[in-house]
Design a protein around this ligand. Structure first.
Ligand SMILES: [Zn+2]
Length: 247
């Protein structure tokens, strides 16, 4: 199997990968309660495994997967044991510096693959900030919201929701030894019903999400997908207004 993990590369291997215009995936997870039945690393695990499977499946150009950002923005989970959260600005700054570091080594295609809904607003605003202020372009998606995924999940009858049907099925497939299905019921902090989750459903969800990610990576690499810098075409105009004192 080819090497796809950033952390397993030697320093002599990066230059060639940057020249080949590798896409770099930054998996963004969280560490927080997922009901009484799932491990607290659920979000970090899901986005990391999905990123690796997609990266491994693409042969036309290199795709690299950074170590997962294992902690995110989860203040709303701190009432439950085990949650580890960053403050909002710390989280945004952490992602900014990681993206800027990747970019400093010559990589121009950066994809944030988020696994935690609570991170979404921060990741979106951070990407605009990094593009405008650091000239670092990126794209960003929640794995469960990759193009076509919500529609396909709906067709499969899978419901999204924190520690519900989708995440429980995924964990039954990805880390079954860490799931306690006897405790899979609605409790406070769970959205939806985890009791119908199955390993088979989890495998189908992984296939759907990984296929969507493979397509997105190809579109991104080929230039078909807009990134932040191209969406920020209005920025020079705005800056010139600002410099002339016009508001
Ligand atoms: Zn989750």
């Amino acid at each position: 199997m080819k090497k796809i993990l950033w952390g397993e590369l030697r320093r002599t291997e990066f230059e060639e990968l940057a020249k080949a215009n590798a896409v770099v995936i930054i998996p963004v997870g969280s560490t927080e309660q997922h009901g009484n039945h799932l491990p607290i690393n659920t979000d970090a695990n899901c986005c990391f495994v999905i990123a690796q499977r997609a990266a491994q499946a693409i042969d036309e150009f290199p795709v690299l997967v950074l170590p997962t950002i294992w902690t995110g923005y989860s203040p709303h989970h701190m009432a439950y044991p085990g949650a580890i959260t960053l403050k909002y600005h710390t989280f945004v700054e952490l992602l900014t510096q990681v993206a800027a570091s990747v970019h400093a080594h010559g990589f121009e295609k950066i994809l944030f693959l988020n696994g935690h809904g609570g991170n979404s607003p921060a990741v979106a605003s951070m990407r605009t900030k990094v593009a405008a202020e650091e000239g670092v372009s990126s794209v960003g998606y929640n794995y469960m919201n990759l193009p076509s995924v919500p529609e396909q999940l709906m067709k499969m009858g899978v419901k999204d929701g924190h520690a519900g049907d989708m995440e429980t099925s995924l964990q039954l497939f990805l880390q079954p030894e860490l799931v306690d299905m006897e405790a899979a019921a609605w409790v406070q902090g769970v959205h939806g019903d985890p009791s119908n989750a199955t390993r088979e459903k989890g495998e189908s969800i992984v296939n759907v999400v990984v296929s969507a990610l493979i397509k997105l990576l190809r579109d991104y690499h080929s230039g078909k997908l807009e990134d932040d810098l191209s969406r920020l075409s209005w920025l020079p105009e705005l800056l010139s207004y600002a410099s002339r004192g016009l508001r």
